[in-house]
Design a protein around this ligand. Structure first.
Ligand code: UDP
Length: 455
């Protein structure tokens, strides 16, 4: 792992790329990490964004705000799918205008290409109209992308839209996925979801290449299938967050008491609980989590994001004195420095929603998981964690304190937990190794730099 400061010294190579992340936490983090990786190779970085408060942490990038009021759009749409559909229309003109003015700026290095999040499918025709190559960044797993790409086939076969009676049915084309693992996202407007996915898939196919925050040794089978179906260069250069000492792109501020509390716990004893930046639970589920943790006898560090319990502000539903009764065995924060938490010697397990960043971060620290996917790609990631990589226990039923307690015991106390831990350590070593010179991710990065330089 290199210190980014050293790469500030790196000679600039006289090329600039323009990055356009999606504004969600799980998307913006990998895009900024990618910016750092490219910057360390001498490429200058411009970021087009709406409103993110992270600019001060990246003084080596140039930021351009486009005049789109995200809050206003959020208020006007029913859900995140509607929001993205609308943004894919409303951003066309401002994004194009911004690119045109950047291209006209002769004081900066020439722009060689744009790298945009896969959800911004509108950027492909815009880039083409300006004769700029577009490379896609997909911020989730390859296996979940293949599931999205199979949606038309699944519609044809009558598997989509999902019927409850087919939940347990295996899907031979997407093994080991079952119907219940498909990355559907609850939305008031299913047509919007189909439109978004079809735009993402078709405009990825039309792009000049795709960057994955994944590595060959983790997703070899999925990458082989992707290369068969998508005749564009694929650059699996992940895990992104392992290139540099942690540089924060968190939109929320992390509670550092997480670390001082972990410092007081025994090695590999703590279950870390976090469901990311979007997933929410209802009040009954929240109480099942609380009692599952209270009854499990392991120390726990629990992130309860304000707004993540439907109907409650924060943890006011907990019985009075809940944490006091546990005598310091539990610590609750609103947001944690997750990468540091996972790397801490006291952390022994991660109860996660399996967002792709969280899944990779856990693998990279050798921390076995308890999987509690909520929607979209998380379901695919969870199934792979459980059945393919075999580094986690899958909680598949309704949240229930007894089941939660049993899953935690499995990871921390039973022989199966030891096996999970050993397999996670093997994957961690593969992840570390992939970044070494001449190995898969490092080679893919060299090819990416050659590709960017060839435009
Ligand atoms: N994260 C964090 N502190 C928390 C919870 C999450 O820093 O308390 C970070 C986490 O390290 C990860 C990102 O937020 O990088 C969440 O991304 P992920 O893809 O796992 O899930 P999403 O939030 O997109 O559902």
């Amino acid at each position: 792992m290199e210190n980014l400061r050293e790469s500030h010294m790196q000679q600039r190579v006289g090329r600039r790329v323009v990055l356009f992340p999606s504004p969600l936490q799980g998307h913006i983090t990998p895009m900024l990490q990618l910016g750092n990786i490219l910057y360390s190779k001498g490429i200058s970085i411009t970021i087009i964004h709406f409103n993110s408060p992270i600019t001060a942490k990246y003084p080596h990038f140039t930021f351009h705000l486009i005049p789109i009021d995200l809050m206003e759009h959020e208020a006007a749409t029913a859900d995140v799918i509607d929001l993205f559909l609308l943004l894919n229309v409303n951003c066309i003109e401002p994004f194009k205008d911004c690119l045109v003015s950047l291209l006209a700026n002769v004081e900066e290095e020439p722009i060689t290409c744009v790298i945009t999040d896969a959800v911004w499918y509108f950027t492909q025709p815009v880039a083409e109209s300006l004769k700029l190559p577009r490379i896609v960044l997909r911020t989730s797993s390859v296996c979940s992308f293949l599931a999205f790409a199979a949606f038309p086939l699944l519609h044809e076969k009558g598997i989509l839209p999902i019927q409850d009676s087919q939940f347990e049915l295996s899907i031979p084309e997407l093994q080991p996925l079952k119907v219940k693992d498909l990355p559907v996202i609850e939305t008031r407007n299913p047509d919007a979801l189909n439109q978004l996915i079809s735009g993402m898939v078709s405009q990825t196919k039309a792009s000049s290449g795709i960057i994955w925050n994944s590595f060959e040794e983790l997703e070899q089978t999925a990458l082989t299938k992707f290369r068969q179906d998508f005749p564009i260069p694929a650059f699996p250069i992940g895990p992104f967050h392992k290139y540099f000492l942690a540089s924060s792109s968190s939109l929320l501020s992390a509670d550092q008491s997480s670390i001082s509390w972990l410092d007081k716990q025994a090695p590999k004893s703590v279950i870390y609980v976090s469901f990311g930046s979007l997933a929410a639970v209802n009040e009954a589920e929240f109480l099942e989590i609380a009692w599952g943790l209270a009854n499990c006898n392991q120390p726990f560090l629990w992130v309860v994001r304000p707004g993540s319990i439907r109907g409650s502000e924060w943890i006011e539903l907990l019985p009075n004195g809940f944490l006091e009764i546990l005598g310091g065995r539990g610590h609750i924060v609103k947001w944690a420095p997750q990468q540091e938490v996972l790397a801490h010697p006291a952390t022994g397990g991660f109860w996660t929603h399996n967002g792709w960043n969280s899944t990779l971060e856990s693998i990279c620290e050798g921390v076995p998981m308890i999987c509690q996917p909520s929607f979209g790609d998380q379901r695919v990631n969870a199934r792979y964690v459980d059945k393919v990589w075999r580094v986690g226990v899958h909680l598949e039923n309704k949240m229930e304190r007894g089941e939660i307690e049993r899953a935690i015991r499995k990871v921390f106390v039973e022989a199966e937990g030891l096996e999970l831990r050993e397999r996670t350590m093997v994957l961690k070593e593969k992840a570390d190794n992939s970044l070494k010179q001449g190995v898969s991710s490092s080679q893919a990065l060299d090819s990416l730099i050659r590709c960017i330089s060839s435009f």
